[in-house]
Design a binder for this molecule. Structure first.
Ligand SMILES: Cc1cc2nc3c(=O)[nH]c(=O)nc-3n(C[C@H](O)[C@H](O)[C@H](O)COP(=O)(O)OP(=O)(O)OC[C@H]3O[C@@H](n4cnc5c(N)ncnc54)[C@H](O)[C@@H]3O)c2cc1C
Ligand SMILES: Cc1cc2nc3c(=O)[nH]c(=O)nc-3n(C[C@H](O)[C@H](O)[C@H](O)COP(=O)(O)O)c2cc1C
Length: 763
């Protein structure tokens, strides 16, 4: 096959090598605009695992690369003058120039033609002349632009500015992150050794800081002088160096995240940064390029046609690329928002940095560096005020809110049971909630309990509006207090526009087949075409409902609940005021956020005044309507939380969505936790995270990284009332309290868990 390769970076060269190795008869030419040794950048990071893949493909070049690897195991984080070191991370680096020269040599040996100083303006003549063309022309690929209508690139230019520098200062003991506060804001560096004399030193900062320094107008040398001044304490008198002299202007760039809908067209395929880029902070761009080169070369030799080979290449590589891009996005977003975390204690900041891509969890860190993690866990217990400061998973740290102390950070999230009769909880509720209270969670929520009959969601929802409700709830609360050390919180709410609907397992959110009751809401906006249009509340309605909330809180207090939550989320009455999707009012209760929050805050103030001083109140919000700027956005949720905080709400329970039928949520593991993280770290308010959190590892990572103070699990507690006790058994934590009658069960579980650990070689 006659093959042209446009761009002689890692992707192009390694594809050429991989093709030739599979069939020496191929006639291959690589066209590269630069000279052989005229390459940008300094070192790149690879892993031993990547090198094993390369060795299988071509042991000769893999061995040469390995000979030039610089290895390091540690990550150092320098923050607030404290240098924290953790180990077990296992990276290796190589100079980019060295890597390219090795690949060039290997290509020449195999008989591949390398045409340097050849600028390719248009890929089409090559497509006509060659059997197959590879476009490996990098981040700003001209081929991608030429066929933009086919490849459909999506390029997201990210906000931070960075410049890729080098230095002879040694960073050979650890991959080092340095955060420096300057007169214009924070500037940070990613530094790592890649050969005996040289380290990469990438300097990065936010756009405002960059503007204030005036880096955009500076020459490269002037920029470097400023960076040398900023990082002088870490450079030991060494200079920073650029090797991007061929680039005009400042050499600072914004990272473009590149995605393409398609990677091939006729006889041309995209590869490497041209097809998909991964942020440098997870160091995987070169790995992706090299592994894609192997995959395409392989398919070109196993598939009968070019088209089938291209299709297979896209199918096989796309998933891996998306997986890495997702981790890279988490990581780059962490750096974009790093100023949010810089006030954290150095231990927590370090943990947050190490887990930023969400590929490394709490237990991964324990495997990498058990000592460091034990110190971090001890720190967490200390700052939580634990009696015993021994290292323990963060989920088992106590938590204090006003006069309430929770034994741990796990919360049974509120979940409607639809089993009440005429608003009255039944034996179902007694068994359901008491079982969960026995199951080890620190705090058990009861489901949304309604302030009036017409404030119920369904006929099966419970209430706080009749004396018999009070008696039934009291029985449950008494059991929880008498027999367990869990605490119990009442969530109170009013269904508003989502009321008078069928039970959860019938047609959810659909009106009742008969016996519907009239609805009210902020505005006359029906939940869906099938639902009733609610009445827009007038002031009398507002007074009535406010008084119902106060009366319900009074009942909850008499029942003995330890804590109260007001339901401001999920499209119910108070949420209908907050979301612009459902609030169309033109009076003092509609329009601006201040107006939309006025009535919910009025309810909070009235309830707070009636609720005992030493008992906390939380508020659940929908931190994202998932409709873009038309609804509540995560940024507006920060403002909502600030208003709640100022009003005296103790903790914000950060949920999302269910406010509009038009919502397009993006689901995933812990998908709502970023909203909690943002609120907690931008306002300083305590938060609870919820949503698709189901493993102890998730809970511990969230808490330890300071993304929430408490973690709610809903569905996992439907499947397993004893979720926390089981988590403790799996983690080897023996400090949890089991009910006395269940001790033989506990002992057997512990024995089985220990045996399982021995079998897997953990002990
Ligand atoms: C600051 C920074 C740090 C990075 N750190 C790492 C890291 O630690 N680890 C890692 O794995 N990756 C890292 N990367 C990413 C890595 O450099 C790229 O992902 C990788 O080089 C992709 O290889 P490629 O062959 O697709 O593209 P490139 O390496 O960009 O190669 C493209 C080649 O095409 C040539 N070319 C472009 N246009 C034309 C044209 N019109 N005519 C002729 N030739 C052309 C270019 O000169 C270039 O040689 C980093 C990137 C940056 C920006
Ligand atoms: C059956 C069921 C009923 C729910 N009822 C309520 C409720 O009454 N009040 C509330 O705020 N959230 C309610 N939710 C939402 C949960 O509290 C939680 O936010 C959501 O299920 C996401 O958490 P998970 O992924 O752990 O299930 C309910 C969820 C389920 C599955």
């Amino acid at each position: 096959m006659k093959v042209a390769i446009l761009g002689g970076g890692p992707a192009g060269l390694y594809f050429a090598i991989s093709m030739k190795l599979r069939d020496a008869a191929h006639d291959i030419t690589v066209f590269e605009r630069n000279k052989p040794d005229d390459t940008f950048g300094w070192g790149v990071v690879l892993s031993d695992e990547t090198l094993d893949n390369l060795a299988e493909n071509d042991p000769v070049s893999a061995e040469r690369i390995r000979e030039h690897f610089a290895y390091w195991d540690d990550i150092a984080v320098v923050h607030k003058g404290v240098r924290t070191l953790s180990t077990g991370h296992g990276f290796c680096g190589i100079g980019r120039m060295r890597l390219l020269i090795l690949l060039q040599e290997r290509a020449r040996e195999l008989g591949i033609r390398l045409e340097f100083e050849t600028e390719i303006d248009d890929p089409r003549p090559f497509m006509a002349e060659y059997d197959m063309v590879l476009a490996s022309d990098g981040l700003n690929s001209r081929t991608r632009t030429t066929f933009a209508d086919v490849f459909k690139p999506d390029i997201d230019v990210r906000k931070c500015k960075f410049v890729w520098l080098g230095t002879h200062q040694k960073f050979d003991d650890a991959f080092t992150f340095i955060f420096e506060k300057t007169e214009h804001g924070w500037v940070w560096a990613h530094a790592y050794q890649f050969d005996d004399e040289t380290a990469t030193f990438i300097v990065e900062c936010g756009p405002e800081t960059w503007e204030k320094f005036g880096f955009g107008e500076m020459s490269q040398q002037d920029s470097i002088a400023v960076c040398e001044r900023i990082f002088k304490d870490h450079l030991g008198g060494h200079k920073l160096m650029t090797n991007a002299n061929h680039i005009r202007g400042s050499a600072w760039i914004n990272f473009p995240r590149v995605l393409c809908e398609r990677w091939s067209h006729e006889n041309i395929a995209l590869m490497g940064d041209a097809a998909a880029s991964a942020h440098f902070s997870i160091g995987s761009g070169t790995k992706l390029a090299l592994e894609s080169a192997i995959a395409l070369a392989e398919y070109l030799h196993t598939e009968p046609t070019l088209k089938e080979a291209f299709d297979k290449y896209e199918d096989a590589r796309r998933l891996e690329v998306l997986r890495l891009q997702s981790a890279a996005r988490n990581s780059l977003e962490w750096f974009e928002e790093v100023e949010r975390y810089l006030d954290l204690d150095p231990v927590q900041f370090n943990y947050s940095l190490l887990t930023r891509s969400q590929r490394i969890s709490h237990e991964n860190l324990r495997m990498r560096d058990p000592e460091w993690l034990a110190d971090a866990e001890t720190w967490f217990q200390q700052q939580a005020g634990a009696e015993d400061n021994a290292a323990r998973a963060p989920m088992f740290a106590p938590y204090k809110l006003r006069g309430l102390t929770l034994k741990n950070r796990v919360v049974v999230s509120p979940m409607a049971q639809y089993k009440a009769v005429d608003g009255c909880p039944t034996d179902w509720h007694m068994v359901h909630y008491c079982e969960r209270a026995k199951g080890g969670a620190g705090l058990v929520y009861i489901e949304m309990t309604c302030v009036s009959p017409e404030g119920r969601i369904t006929p099966g929802c419970p209430g706080f509006y009749k004396p018999e409700h009070e008696a039934a709830w009291t029985r449950i609360v008494d059991f929880v207090h008498r027999e367990t050390d869990a605490r119990i919180c009442a969530q109170i709410g009013h269904s508003g526009p989502k009321g008078s609907t069928q039970l959860g397992w019938e047609e959810m959110d659909a009106p009742l087949k008969d016996g519907n009751w009239p609805l009210m809401a902020a505005s006359e906006v029906a939940w869906s075409d099938a639902n009733q249009t609610p009445k827009a509340m007038d002031r009398d309605d507002m007074d009535t409902v406010r008084d119902q909330f106060v009366a319900a809180a009074g009942m909850a207090e008499r029942c003995g609940f330890d804590m109260l939550e007001l339901h401001f989320a999920h499209g119910y009455l108070l949420s209908s005021f907050i979301s612009p999707m459902t609030n169309k009012r033109t009076d003092d209760y509609g329009g601006s956020l201040e107006n939309r929050m006025r009535y919910p805050l009025e309810i909070f103030a009235a309830v707070r005044a009636a609720w005992p001083e030493d008992k906390p109140i939380s508020v659940r919000i929908s931190a994202n309507d998932w409709v873009g700027d038309a609804g509540v956005t995560p940024a507006e949720a920060v403002e909502i939380a600030r208003m709640l905080q100022e009003a005296g709400v103790d903790i914000c329970d950060v949920s999302a969505g269910q406010t509009s039928k038009q919502a397009r949520p993006v689901y995933g593991r812990m998908f709502q936790t970023p909203f909690s993280d943002r609120i907690r770290n931008e306002t300083g308010m305590a938060t609870m995270a919820v949503g698709n959190i189901y493993e102890p590892d998730h809970v511990n990572s969230i808490l330890m990284a300071g993304r929430a103070d408490l973690v709610c699990l809903a569905r996992p507690h439907l499947a397993d009332p004893y979720w926390t006790l089981h988590a403790a058994a799996t983690l080897g934590d023996r400090g949890v309290t089991w009910p006395d009658p269940y001790l033989p069960g506990r002992d057997q579980l512990y024995r089985l868990a220990e045996r399982a650990e021995q079998m897997t070689g953990k002990v």
